[in-house]
Design a protein around this ligand. Structure first.
Ligand SMILES: Nc1ncnc2c1ncn2[C@@H]1O[C@H](COP(=O)(O)OP(=O)(O)OP(=O)(O)O)[C@@H](O)[C@H]1O
Ligand SMILES: [Mg+2]
Length: 225
């Protein structure tokens, strides 16, 4: 039996004094190494849910346990949790346009000293090579195509060797062909390392690649299959 890497119980998040129920009682378990896609219309709560999974946002009530760490228990060090366990790919890739590819990839490694080691550099270069950007490590995302930028964002998400990759619309800004390349890459990384991969998407073709498709509607799970 594979263990659950994530257990979510009755998770709720309200805005506007309760008028907007972004999450309205989510119950969900995800197994280690699973590839799950999350679909649902705009405003249904997908990004809110994903942000909670990565401890980037806190719920109003309910419980979320990820790899044995209770994210709703503030005694735990959540920045350590994020740095060690999670690779996040954002809806808008959030790269810094005027830093080079390698500098963007190394952002999660920066401590208070703002410097990285030679080993960090070597690791960043090997990951950039893995995503097919070995010849562009010193190029700025400002001068890259959408697919290349998204690959930098993936490399940045992988730099800490995370157990879980959370991707919010990783192919949202890409054409069909580039989108397929990016998803192949994510799927390969997930398979190679048994990384749990959770992808929010509007694209049915992307959603179908997963082992399991979860449909969110009005902050609740409508379907799970
Ligand atoms: N910071 C916030 N303040 C107020 N309302 C918010 C905030 N963040 C999200 N919401 C509301 O919560 C609901 C869920 O938003 P969420 O971003 O999770 O949707 P989504 O499913 O990711 O949508 P999309 O597909 O457009 O990205 C929406 O009604 C949204 O307006
Ligand atoms: Mg969203």
């Amino acid at each position: 039996m594979t263990k659950n890497i994530m257990e979510i119980t009755d998770l709720k998040k309200f805005y506007d004094n309760g008028a907007t129920k972004a999450l309205n009682g989510i119950n969900l378990s995800i197994k280690e190494g699973e590839f799950v896609s999350i679909i649902g219309s705009s405003g249904s709560g997908k990004s809110t849910l994903l942000n909670m999974m990565g401890a980037l946002d806190v719920p109003d009530s309910g419980k979320i346990v990820v790899d044995g760490i209770n994210l709703t228990d503030t005694k735990d060090d959540l920045s350590k949790f994020r740095a060690e366990k999670i690779g996040f790919i954002f809806q808008l890739h959030n790269l810094i346009p005027n830093l080079s590819a390698i500098e963007n990839v190394e952002i999660p490694l920066l401590g208070t000293s703002n410097t990285v080691s030679k080993e960090d550099d070597e690791r960043a270069i090997s990951i950039l090579e893995k995503v097919g950007l070995g010849d562009r490590i010193n190029q700025n995302p400002a001068k890259m195509s959408g697919g290349q930028r998204q690959r930098v964002a993936i490399a940045r998400a992988l730099i800490n060797n995370p157990k879980i990759i959370l991707a919010d619309e990783p192919t949202g800004a890409l054409d069909t062909k580039t989108s397929a390349v990016i998803m192949d890459l994510l799927k390969e990384l997930h398979k190679q390392n048994n990384t749990t991969l959770i992808v929010v998407t509007h694209d049915p073709t992307v959603a179908q690649l997963a082992d399991r498709i979860i449909t969110v509607q009005d902050g609740q799970i409508l379907e799970d299959n």
